[in-house]
Design a protein around this ligand. Structure first.
Ligand code: F6P
Length: 329
């Protein structure tokens, strides 16, 4: 018979994302609603190994829904990749009488959770997609993506002013090691003249052709969005290569938005998404679910096994991409 769940622990892991706090708040509040004890593990799997685990009260999650980052802190744990690290982590959970675990993070977080479950199957684990990259299969959106795109669009709007004033071409790099969701959405919302993403093999010549077409239509400046994981090299390499092939602008500049995208107050969409997913993570555990990521698809809560969420590539919307290319001209 399955053990009754009375004490749940929660951690945030991997790159932080705006809305993680709103998710933790929803988890804690729903746990209280169900008369459960809830524990926060500090610094992700690192804190699990170090035994950095503390009881959370509802007041601990007051006044955090609007805050970026994560009150539980986060880390990318190398020690959790070792059997010794995981065994130590499990011992600490047993010492604290933890019956179930909720992990909030991205691909690496779920990979760790899956391995942990193979070694300690008696511990139910549920995951929430917390990453700005939006690259997890099984959910239309991840917690933090909307805020990151809003931040990037605001930056692009500002760059547009100066690009226009000087007749310059700007390359703007956004995050996304393996995916182009941030770049694509920012390109559409920011009215970019081009976009380079890992999901597509855009060459320098393709880009030059596009920019030349724009110039023919009297475009005096342009902004090209570059996802960090694109196939043509760093944003600086791309700018250099393009500058060798065109002489359409007064100058070519590069802006890397970087970690600005990871911080800041979560958008309304991220707060609602995080609240829905956090609330349902507790429901999922109480209804006996384990080894799944709680996501949202077509506005419905959806459960995807960790294996699938990790292994399957989330497809980019091809129609959206085609539209972005057409609107860029
Ligand atoms: O996975 C989220 C992410 O922000 C990626 O887009 C980016 O490549 C990476 O994390 C950066 O990680 P770090 O902050 O550890 O350098």
């Amino acid at each position: 018979m399955e053990k009754e769940i009375k004490r749940i622990a929660v951690l945030t892991s991997g790159g932080d994302s705006p809305g993680m706090n709103a998710a933790v708040r929803a988890i804690v509040r729903n746990a209280f609603h169900n008369d459960l004890h809830i524990y926060g593990i500090m610094r992700g799997y690192e804190g699990m190994i170090d035994g950095n685990i503390r009881r959370l009260e509802t007041t601990d999650v007051s006044n955090i829904i609007h805050r970026g980052g994560t009150i539980l802190k986060t880390a990318r744990s190398k020690r959790f990749m070792t059997p010794e690290g995981r065994a130590q982590a499990y011992e600490n959970l047993v010492d604290n009488d933890i019956d179930a675990l909720i992990v909030v993070g991205g691909n690496g977080t779920f990979t760790g959770a899956l391995q942990f479950m193979k070694e300690f199957p008696q511990l139910p684990i549920v995951g929430l997609p917390g990453t700005i990259d939006n690259d997890l299969y099984g959910t239309d959106f991840t917690i933090g993506f909307d805020t990151a795109v809003n931040t990037a669009v605001e930056a692009v709007d500002r760059i547009r002013d100066t690009a226009d004033s000087h007749n310059r071409l700007f390359f703007v790099e956004v995050m996304g090691r393996h995916s182009g969701f941030i770049a694509l959405h920012t390109a559409i919302a920011g009215g970019a003249g081009g976009v380079m993403i890992p999901e597509e093999d855009t060459t320098i010549d393709d880009l030059v052709r596009l920019l030349k077409r724009g110039a023919k239509r009297s475009k005096l400046f342009s902004i090209v969005l570059v996802a960090e994981g694109n196939h043509m090299g760093t944003v600086y390499d791309i700018a250099d290569k393009v500058s060798e092939k065109i002489d359409l602008y007064d100058d070519i500049k590069v802006t890397v938005i970087g970690h600005l995208q990871r911080g800041g107050s979560p958008s309304t969409l991220d707060r609602v998404l995080a609240s829905v997913l956090g609330f349902n993570a507790v429901e999922a555990l109480l209804s006996g679910k384990s080894g799944v990521m709680v996501g949202i698809r077509n506005n419905n809560v959806y459960y995807t096994p960790f294996e699938e969420a990790i292994a399957k590539q989330k497809p980019l919307n091809k129609d959206l991409l085609r539209m972005a290319h057409i609107l860029a001209q």
